[in-house]
Ligand binder design. Structure first.
Ligand code: ADP
Ligand code: MG
Ligand code: ZN
Length: 454
């Protein structure tokens, strides 16, 4: 409606100084939250602008909104940003001096508080002091929104489980009628279910979720054990993805950057070195990248690859954080990732420019068993507490099982990924081996089941 749109754009332009919304989804989520009649779930990737979705409605409404954030550092970032654009905001946390705390509380307890956004940790929410503040805001009808940022922390299936987030469900009983807004960048189906249950989100929940479907990525799986020479398969895959025939290899050598580049993810340092040397020998220039390299060399390898001086980097998963190269034509996994979430993120580094790109996973049952063993071993080493250990182990194994299923079943790869993230079935349009070459895949899986290559 017109009036709401005026508020929406007025606040966006004048307070936040943005010309327009970053995306349709950001606009729709913001509009829905401003409307204030439902609990809202927002899942968008990092950097998509989730904060605005709740900050704008909080600023444009009467009352005070409470934002739960897991880390003081994240909170401080937000507060600095809000201060810079002159939005009255505050935090109550254990680091405040007595004087600062009194100042914040004095404003919140005044008849017409200035504060629009109050940032607190979940631990803070559980204190008696905070509970009585919440009661007082409720009594004066000043509690506008309860906002839970990084909401995946509420889930044991997430990778950042924070037990204190579980207390938020109970806290909600104190503030009936206050809409709850949950935001996260990483919601699998399982995590979403947990968020709804633990935060007691009220149906019908308004959900705003970026689709995880990437139509320009072709996904397939190769069974390592069924390949005579897996390195040959890999090198041919690289050349095809770079759109070159064998005959054009020479030309490629002189002019890599024109055709883009690729990443081969390996589990160990040795595997990185071996893959790089095998590919190079087969005419696809490649260098290893891993934590075992001297830091000067490691940076050089990364920079040279970024600048297109050589096309293929054989790296451990430590590579790629913050690498946002548009013309990555392929991502191959030389070994099985530990989770679908990880696989999706790593393979998703291909095709950022929207052009056709390829994601191939090399699967072997022997590696499956090795990794399964390592997952258990690592967890026992790093988590002492037996109860925590059990929970984390269940979660890790479940995540890994999903990854194995992805490899061993012949269902559309894009659909499998979408299912995992709770999205609807996308229109794959033959962008995966299960859809494009179903017979061939069925045969390979059959062979694998029969152990024909063991
Ligand atoms: P997220 O929490 O989703 O990771 P943030 O809320 O931190 O993302 O926002 C990421 C960046 O995008 C911030 O610098 C923010 O100022 C900017 N941003 C958000 N919305 C808009 C917009 N409509 N136009 C331009 N920049 C925006
Ligand atoms: Mg954020
Ligand atoms: Zn498909």
């Amino acid at each position: 409606d017109k009036e709401a749109d005026k508020t929406l754009y007025g606040t966006l332009n004048n307070v936040f100084k943005h010309k327009d919304f970053k995306s349709k989804l950001q606009k729709e989520a913001t509009r829905c939250i401003l409307n204030g009649s439902k609990d809202v779930f927002v899942s968008m990737p990092t950097g998509a602008g989730k904060s605005l979705c709740y900050q704008l409605p909080a600023v444009a409404s009467d009352g005070v909104s409470v934002v739960i954030s897991p880390l003081l550092a994240l909170m401080q970032d937000q507060l600095d940003h809000l201060k810079a654009i002159k939005i009255p905001s505050a935090t109550i946390n254990s680091k405040l001096t007595e004087k600062e705390r009194k100042q914040v509380l004095a404003d919140l307890n005044s008849s017409n508080p200035n504060t629009k956004l109050l940032y607190v940790t979940p631990e803070q929410v559980a204190t008696d002091g905070f509970k009585s503040l919440a009661d007082s805001l409720m009594k004066r009808k000043l509690f506008k929104y309860l906002i839970v940022d990084e909401a995946h922390c509420v889930s044991q299936w997430g990778h950042d489980f924070r037990p204190d987030y579980l207390k938020l469900g109970c806290f909600r009983k104190r503030i009936p009628g206050v809409p709850c807004i949950a935001l996260t960048a990483t919601a699998t189906e399982q995590v979403l279910k947990d968020i709804i249950k633990q935060l007691k989100l009220k149906e019908p929940i308004a959900k705003f979720k970026t689709s995880c479907f990437r139509p320009n990525l072709y996904y397939d799986v190769r069974m390592k054990e069924t390949l005579g020479d897996p390195y040959k398969d890999l090198s041919e895959f690289c050349l095809e993805a770079l759109n070159r025939s064998q005959a054009q290899k020479e030309e490629l050598l002189e002019n890599w950057s024109k055709y883009g580049c690729g990443i081969v993810y390996c589990r160990t340092r040795d595997a990185c070195a071996e893959v790089a040397s095998q590919l190079t020998r087969k005419g696809v220039l490649s260098k290893p990248y891993h934590a075992g390299l001297k830091s000067g060399i490691r940076e050089e390898v990364q920079n040279d690859w970024m600048e297109g001086k050589f096309p293929v980097i054989a790296a451990t998963i430590s590579f790629g954080m913050g690498v946002d190269k548009p013309n990555v034509r392929f991502v191959a996994h030389w070994t099985l990732p530990k989770s679908m979430a990880g696989y999706y993120q790593e393979s998703g580094r291909a095709g950022r420019d929207g052009n056709q790109s390829y994601c191939r996973l090399y699967y072997s049952r022997q590696e499956r068993d090795t990794i399964s063993f390592l997952i258990n071993k690592e967890l026992k080493k790093f988590t002492r507490d037996k109860e925590q250990q059990k929970i984390k182990l269940q979660s890790a194994n479940k995540n890994f099982d999903a990854m194995i299923e992805y490899c061993e079943y012949a269902i559309c790869r894009h659909w499998a990924i979408s299912k995992y993230f709770g999205d609807v079935k996308p229109d794959c349009n033959n962008s995966c081996d299960a859809c494009k070459t179903p017979k061939m895949l069925a045969k390979t899986i059959e062979d694998l089941q029969r152990g024909a290559y063991a």
